[in-house]
Design a protein around this ligand. Structure first.
Ligand SMILES: [Zn+2]
Length: 450
């Protein structure tokens, strides 16, 4: 390759086998699933960070495109960059910590790690490390929890904006049941949020999210303030956790005895709208799910986290039947990998435990276009389509002897495309990644691939 990270081309062509989606494949059998778009050996034309055309590679180059740098990835898969809808920047420091469920895990590992982010330099270095880690896993957009410190949100916005990356975040609201150094108060928190909105919301590809850690760590007064922010600030998102773990659900019912349910703690203060992203949602009841559907909110399903912390098995098929928006998320550091491959493979197993078969089409749609639609960003991300930003990842079909052998058998037997893609999804991870582009710029390139 002749391009480098330091000198991105204004115009660029990426060539490879394109896989993306035009509709939700749902839980249909793989060979009957709608919405799968497979374009073998195509060229994607990129100008000023956006996709301007997609053409078969045997079509003549459009006028003016002769001599433009071409990243030739023939034989590799090109997908829209993954969208991770729930992940904690500071928790890279505690990923893979042993032996606890949610509430102990927060006190033992997470809170001590998050305290360090009061230091602007720790926040800045942590944000840069985190964004590079996302790209090195093929993720190009994310909905992110920083810490309670305003500087931790500023650092994420600043670093993402410098790379023109789509990022949604906001300082964490938390004014009780956390150690000193991690608590805010209602007035200062509101002012910090308003400052961040004024500086960053709608700045390039940055968007602010009212970020309630979870119901227990905010007083009723702080939740009212958070709901007021959602109402008064146009276009802001809301992110939080809900019904992850049974002990947590019980604790919330004790703290908020007037609320009908855990979800109702948020809903009665106006936090649940079409821009609400609620992580987990395992232990909801039918009325809760109806509220989520009516509001157009989404559940960020976090497979590896739910398994690792023993939180429970999310019933995705039921959510689909009831018309809920569901996206996929790593929830690092409760989750054990930023890799959406590993999270999709875990999602398959969680559904299998409940008698449902999750196709690669459904999983991949959810991690790309499905998440984009749920976030109201399908005009920008989630597809390889003229007008969308040039956020994509280039993948090898197989890495390592077992996967290479399995892929060869799938190819030689002329089986379905799904067979090959499913094996790729299940056996693959970040080691399959060749290149990641954000707004047409290479932000990750595998050292092992020339
Ligand atoms: Zn989380």
């Amino acid at each position: 390759m002749t391009d480098t990270l330091a000198f991105p081309a204004v115009r660029l062509i990426v060539r490879g086998d394109l896989l993306d989606f035009t509709d939700d494949p749902g839980f249909a059998a793989p060979d009957e699933a709608p919405g799968v778009r497979w374009r073998e050996d195509h060229r994607v034309f990129v100008e000023g960070g956006r996709i301007v055309a997609v053409l078969p590679s045997d079509a003549p180059l459009p006028a003016g495109w002769h001599g433009v740098l071409e990243q030739d990835h023939r034989g590799h898969l090109v997908l829209p960059g993954f969208i991770d809808t729930h992940v904690h920047c500071p928790q890279l420091d505690v990923i893979a910590s042993y032996g606890t469920e949610l509430l102990d895990w927060l006190n033992t590992y997470t809170f001590p790690a998050e305290r360090r982010y009061a230091d602007p330099e720790v926040s800045r270095v942590g944000a840069e490390r985190f964004l590079h880690a996302l790209w090195a896993h093929g993720t190009t957009s994310a909905v992110v929890f920083p810490t309670v410190h305003k500087v931790s949100a500023e650092a994420l916005f600043e670093r993402a904006h410098a790379h023109d990356m789509r990022l949604i975040t906001g300082k964490v609201l938390m004014n009780r049941f956390a150690p000193d150094g991690l608590l805010d108060d209602v007035e200062q928190a509101e002012q910090d949020c308003l400052d961040l909105i004024a500086r960053w919301h709608g700045q390039g590809r940055q968007a602010f999210a009212v970020t309630v850690r979870f119901a227990p760590t905010s007083t009723p007064e702080q939740l009212v303030m958070a709901g007021e922010l959602c109402r008064s600030q146009p276009g802001v998102y809301m992110q939080t956790h809900v019904a992850e773990n049974r002990s947590e659900v019980k604790w919330v019912s004790e703290l908020f005895p007037d609320a009908r349910s855990y979800l109702d703690v948020y809903d009665r203060d106006g936090l649940i709208g079409p821009r609400a992203v609620l992580a987990h949602g395992i232990w909801l009841d039918e009325r809760d799910r109806a509220v989520l559907r009516e509001r157009g909110a989404q559940i960020a399903h976090c497979p590896s986290s739910n398994l690792f912390l023993g939180s429970g098995l999310f019933d995705w098929a039921q959510a689909q039947r009831e018309g809920l928006n569901v996206s996929l998320a790593s929830d690092v550091g409760g989750g054990t990998s930023l890799s959406m491959h590993r999270n999709m493979a875990d999602a398959y197993k969680i559904q299998a435990m409940q008698g449902t078969r999750l196709s690669a089409w459904k999983a991949l749609h959810t991690a790309t276009l499905g998440a984009a639609q749920a976030l109201g960003l399908a005009h920008e991300v989630g597809r390889i389509e003229p007008g969308c930003m040039a956020d994509f990842a280039v993948w090898k079909w197989a890495q390592g002897d077992v996967a290479v052998h399995r892929d060869k058998l799938a190819r030689d037997s002329h089986g379905s495309l799904h067979e090959r893609v499913f094996a790729w999804m299940t056996l693959g991870d970040e080691r399959n990644l060749v290149r990641t582009l954000v707004a047409g710029q290479t932000v990750f390139q595998s050292p092992s691939v020339v």
